[in-house]
Design a protein around this ligand. Sequence first.
Ligand SMILES: Nc1ncnc2c1ncn2[C@@H]1O[C@H](COP(=O)(O)OP(=O)(O)O)[C@@H](O)[C@H]1O
Ligand SMILES: [Mg+2]
Length: 317
Amino acid sequence: MTAIETADLTKEFGSLCAVDSLNLNIDGEIFGLLGPNGSGKTTTVLMLTTLIRQTRGSASVCGYDTLKEPDKVRGCLSYVPQDMAVDTNLTGRENMLIFARLYGIDNPKDKVDELLGVMDLSGRADDLAKTYSGGMRRRLELAEALVHEPEVIFLDEPTLGLDVSARKKIWQYIHNLNKKGMTIFVTTHYMDEAEKFCDRVGIIDNGKITALGSPAELKAGLMSDVITVRIEGEYHPVNKDGILYVGNSGDEYSYTSENGSEALPVLADALKISGNNVMAMSIHEPSLDDVFLQSVGKQEEEQGFEEWKYRLMLRRR
Ligand SMILES: Nc1ncnc2c1ncn2[C@@H]1O[C@H](COP(=O)(O)OP(=O)(O)O)[C@@H](O)[C@H]1O
Ligand SMILES: [Mg+2]
C-alpha cells in the first residue's frame, strides 16, 4: 500500500486551475512539493487532508480514498497548517493536553511528556506559548501533530519565517520522524532546503508539476556548470554550441555548460556581440533553483508552441 497516491488530481476555483492533473506516488520518504507563492501547494495539501474536495481525479492516503473514506484518511494522517495553530495564551503542555484529549489518548499526560521531550520543549513546557520563539512554536505544533501516532504527516511551509538555525532544527526533527517510519509530505518555497533534506521533490508551477525526482536526478538534467549573467536593459538571446540557455529570474539569465570556465569568455563575447549590456557573470554548480528555472522555461516554450499551433489553425480556416 502506498502512503499517498493521486491520479489526475485537479482543483479549479472558477476559471482558475489551481492544481492541474497531479499524479504522485509517495511512500516512506520525505517528499517536498516546491514552488513559488500561488503555485498550488496549499491547495494540494488541503485536498490530500480531506479539507477541500477536488474538482476531478482521485487521491488516497494510507490506501483510503479521500472522498469515500475521509474519516479513515484523517485517522492515519496529521496536518500542520501554514499558519500557526498554537493557542499562545496557554502553556505548551496545556496546548498538547488539548490535542491528546481530542484524540482520546489513554494516559495523555505520559504521551504529552514524551512528545515534549522529543521536540526538546520539556524545559519550557509550563511557560505560556506566547513567550516561545517562532521555532519553538513550530516544534510545539509538530509535537501536537504526533499525538495520535500518524503514518503520514503533511507540513505546509514548516520553516516559513524562521531564522536559519531554527529552520535547520525543524528539518532535523522531520528527518528523525521519517527515520521512525513516517511518510512526510512537506511544502516549501525554499529550494535550498528541499535540496538538502528531501528524498524526492516535485516542482509545481501554476498548478502543474514541471519536474519530479530526487534532487540529484533533477540536477543531473543540467550540465556540470551553470553560468549566471546579470544583464541591464533589454535581453538579446544568443546561440552558442555547448552552451544551453536555462531561463531567467528578473535580470539574471542562466546558462548551463559542461565546462563553465571555458564557456564563460565565449558566452561573454557572444552576449556583447548580440548587443547585451552584461553587468556581472558567475559560475556555480547546478542547484534546484536552476532546475526550477529550466522547468518553468520549458513550460513556457510548450505554451508558446500551443499558441503557435492555435494561430496556425486560425490561419488555415
Ligand atoms: N479558496 C480559493 N478561492 C479562489 N482561489 C483560490 C482559493 N484558494 C487558493 N486559490 C488560488 O489558487 C492558487 C494556488 O493557491 P495556493 O494553493 O494557496 O498556493 P501556494 O500554497 O503554492 O502559495 C492561487 O492562485 C490562489 O490565489
Ligand atoms: Mg501555501
